[in-house]
Design a protein around this ligand. Structure first.
Ligand code: PGA
Ligand code: ZN
Length: 425
């Protein structure tokens, strides 16, 4: 029986140069595993608390030394010496009890999640399993990547579109490796196209280009152009998905679209999506409305939920209570899953299981602030999720997740099954 020898946290940097928590767990046998916690920019109000030091003398207040101390001084003494076979839920439960708050504001969701993910990884290693098999020994689905190739909103300092993400969805490929190739080739075609039109080709937080266009529709046309230039057929081979992240521009009950000089109601936003979905067969719209606009969501789902996938991110924040409400009220038909929105692996799994039970689609997602930890690639496969959203095929912290999926697909051989068009059923 393997016991936990030590649990050690440290402050490292994420892809934006902000501090984040890394946790390393060592077992008696010497097996050692490490996990890094990601961080959002367009965070939902109802996410679990990311504990920052607020000491302006360090990292403009963004240091995470308190969270690190909470791991080293509070969590570590409690779980050191325990058998790793106690299991994920037991360790997560111990940390939830130690914290004792609804939103993990005591110890910090970043402290708790770092340990929770490291437990998963070290457990897999002690069982001599790849991480995805720790979650599910029979896992065989490879997800379709949703690749954010044009960045707007908070991820581009509001210097581009109001809509935050324009994603390529290479769902017509025969396997994951091919879908990744489609995506990367189109990304390069888009760069050539943008250059030829005199646009900048600098990239935003998730590796997508930041383009100073005049509307939220123009990027869709540019991407379709790039898809065709790369030799693919729009929709049949590669579709488009949007993450509007509308909470970011919701003011006084209205949606302020600065790029288009418009101030729209929830109904008008829904009309806008309806138009885009009809015209371009948009595969999914994430956070089309704000996190508190439940009424708007319910109406939107009635209006266009049959025609496209409506994904709740800030609306549900991977929280089983909010997700439960959404299911009951029929607010959406899919959920975005981010481990650090809720703060433990077990609670994240509970949210996914609830969604699957309800036959909702599940999208496993990175954050805009990431590290090269590829945890979510394995997690996605282990959870049978048919979709993963982890940025453009650019910037190592994004690409590392895709590369890990290549390795998993290779390892699965003939057993692996690419989700393809099934992912949107
Ligand atoms: P975030 O963005 O990580 O900045 O919250 C990702 C998203 O909104 O999906
Ligand atoms: Zn989102």
């Amino acid at each position: 029986m393997e016991k936990i020898k030590s649990v050690k946290a440290r402050e490292i940097l994420d892809s934006r140069g902000n501090p984040t928590v890394e946790v390393e767990i060592t077992l008696d046998s010497g097996i050692k595993a490490r996990s890094d916690v990601p961080s959002g920019a367009s965070t939902g109000t109802y996410e679990a608390l990311e504990l920052r030091d607020n000491d302006r003398k360090r990292y403009k207040g963004k240091g995470v030394l308190k969270a690190v101390e909470n791991v080293n001084n509070i969590i570590a003494p409690k779980i050191a010496g325990m058998s790793i076979e106690e299991g994920q839920e037991k360790f997560d439960e111990i940390m939830l009890n130690l914290d004792g708050t609804e939103n993990k504001s005591n110890l910090g969701a970043n402290a708790i999640l770092g340990v929770s993910m490291a437990i998963a990884r070290v457990s897999a290693m002690s069982l001599n399993l790849p991480l995805y098999k720790y979650f599910n020994r029979d896992a065989k689905i490879l997800p379709v990547p949703m690749m954010n190739i044009l960045n707007g909103g908070a991820h581009a300092n509001w210097q581009s579109t109001d809509f935050q993400e324009f994603m390529l969805v290479p769902w017509g490929a025969k396997n994951f490796a091919e879908s990744l190739r489609y995506g990367a080739e189109i990304y390069h075609e888009l760069k050539i196209l943008l250059k030829s039109k005199g646009f900048s080709t600098s990239v935003g937080d998730e590796g997508g280009f930041v383009v100073n266009v005049k509307s939220n529709e123009e990027p869709i046309k540019l991407i379709i152009n790039a898809i065709e230039n790369a030799g693919y057929e729009y929709y049949k081979d590669v579709g488009i998905s949007l993450d509007v992240a509308a909470s970011g521009f919701y003011k006084n009950g209205m949606y302020e679209l600065k790029t288009e000089n418009l101030n729209l109601s929830g109904d008008e936003m829904t009309e806008k999506y309806k138009g885009l979905v009809e015209k371009y067969k948009i595969l999914s719209v994430e956070d089309g409305l704000a996190e508190d606009d439940w009424e708007g969501w319910n109406k939107m789902n009635k209006e266009i939920g049959e025609k496209t996938m409506l994904i709740g991110d800030d609306l549900f924040v991977t929280n089983i209570k909010r997700l439960g409400r959404g299911i009951k009220e029929k607010s959406a038909n899919a959920v975005l899953i981010k481990l650090n929105q809720i703060g433990t692996v077990s609670e994240t799994i509970n949210a996914i299981n609830l969604a699957h039970k309800t036959k909702w689609n599940v999208v496993i997602s990175h954050r805009s602030g990431e590290t090269c930890d590829s945890f979510i690639a394995d997690f996605c496969v282990g959870m049978n999720s048919k979709l993963i959203k982890t940025g453009a095929p650019c910037r190592s912290e994004r690409v590392e997740k895709y590369n890990q999926l290549l390795r998993i697909e290779e390892e699965m051989g003939n057993k692996g099954k690419f989700a393809g068009k099934e992912a949107f059923k």
